[in-house]
Ligand binder design. Structure first.
Ligand code: ADP
Ligand code: ADP
Length: 226
């Protein structure tokens, strides 16, 4: 189970930029929450603070009801996918996905079973022996997701994971990502500037503008406000 709560979280960078300004936000267990807003409004900074890659200037990031400000990224049991995902080019697809399990000391047999399950759920079961360079962009993105979720994280963070793909593929992967995270029951925070993505993928949308949270609600609620 994973819940996230931001309590009055503010981030002021060294140069004085107020990237995030007193944000309060709850993400429920198993929920798919989309953080939506224009470029520069502070979405990535929020995600990076939840991940532990950036410290809040003030306020608390809570994970499962506990203050997580001092937890290292490693101890937060999160998985992350960014737009510029980096696969290991010299490893096969299967080895790429298996790598986090290998690091965790999982034995070869359960490792292979888990990799096979994840790969087939992502529709890349037939390309496991290939190298990343032999895949399409969409397949590479699926491998990056597979590698991120293979350890069954409690929390999945995605920052514009589809923005480098063409529109047909984006639509296809939207459905796949939201289907997969729901199937796994993993709590997800998904950053995008794309309204269509927010509308089709989110349980709830949190709309940000200039560091401030403007609105939070289901897609129907936020798009129908006067
Ligand atoms: P978004 O993800 O919505 O595009 P970001 O969270 O990346 O927004 O950035 C929010 C604001 O903070 C922007 O004005 C950005 O230029 C600024 N910013 C981000 N990282 C830093 C940093 N390390 N130092 C100074 N300013 C930063
Ligand atoms: P995004 O595309 O997610 O908005 P950016 O291109 O704004 O991200 O930022 C990319 C990287 O540069 C991030 O690590 C961010 O923290 C950093 N960064 C962004 N703006 C600034 C800034 N004004 N000063 C220093 N670092 C920045």
């Amino acid at each position: 189970m994973t819940t996230v709560a931001l309590k009055d979280v503010t981030k002021v960078f060294r140069d004085g930029t107020v990237a995030v300004d007193s944000i309060n936000l709850d993400v429920n267990d198993g929920e798919f929450l989309v953080l939506l807003g224009p470029s520069g409004c502070g979405k990535s900074t929020v995600l990076r603070m939840v991940a532990g890659l950036e410290d809040p200037t003030s306020g608390a990031v809570m994970l499962n009801g506990e203050i997580a400000n001092d937890l290292s990224p490693r101890d937060r049991k999160i998985a992350m996918v960014f737009q510029d995902f980096a696969l290991y080019p010299h490893m096969s697809v299967g080895d790429n996905i298996a790598f986090p399990l290998k690091l965790a000391g999982i034995e070869p047999t359960p490792r292979e079973e888990r990799v096979t399950d994840v790969a087939s759920a992502l529709g890349i079961g037939d390309v496991l022996p290939r190298r990343p360079a032999q895949l399409s962009g969409g397949q590479r993105q699926r491998v990056a997701m597979g590698r991120a979720i293979v350890r069954r994280p409690g929390l999945f963070l995605m920052d514009e994971p589809l923005s480098n793909l063409d529109s047909g593929l984006r639509a296809e992967l939207r459905a796949e990502i939201s289907g997969l995270t729901r199937e796994l029951g993993v709590t997800t925070m998904y950053v995008t500037h794309d309204q269509a993505e927010a509308l089709t993928m989110a349980d709830r949308v949190a709309i940000m503008r200039k560091g401030v949270l403007q609105d939070v609600g289901t897609p129907t609620q936020v798009y129908n406000r006067p």
